[in-house]
Design a protein around this ligand. Structure first.
Ligand SMILES: [Cu+2]
Length: 127
């Protein structure tokens, strides 16, 4: 247990040095532009993520958005995931996402537009 704790701390430190930058990723899905950002670099624990959504240079603020972050099962570790819904704050979709450990997390960002269509953008972030 003690050595596992040390390994986790070592990973956290090593990865922390490599990823000391805030998130800034852009994607495109079905004509929608998606920009995923954070104000701070990501940490183990709670993080605020923001999504700006637009289409043909028009900002879209009436979509319903949610995110799932997950890490596949690894040796000695079960599958982990966290899901949450976004709230619109100052024209951006804001989500509080909890990452339970360092490493690479996959995400599925889903948004439902006024026409009832659901769009999914996939990507990953490193903690
Ligand atoms: Cu893991």
């Amino acid at each position: 247990m003690k050595s596992l704790f040390k390994i986790v701390i070592a990973m956290f430190l090593a990865i922390g040095f490599l990823n000391a930058e805030p998130v800034s990723q852009t994607g495109e899905k079905n004509g929608y532009e998606v920009k995923l950002t954070s104000e701070k670099s990501l940490i183990v624990g709670d993080n605020d993520l923001f999504v700006e959504l637009s289409k043909d240079a028009n900002v879209i603020t009436d979509a319903k958005m949610k995110i799932k972050v997950f890490m596949p099962e690894m040796p000695g570790m079960p599958y982990m995931e966290y899901k949450t819904k976004a709230k619109l704050v100052d024209g951006k979709y804001k989500m509080m996402v909890n990452f339970s450990m360092g490493g690479t997390w996959q995400y599925h960002l889903k948004f439902k537009t006024k026409d009832g269509k659901i769009h999914t953008v996939r990507g990953s972030v490193n903690i």
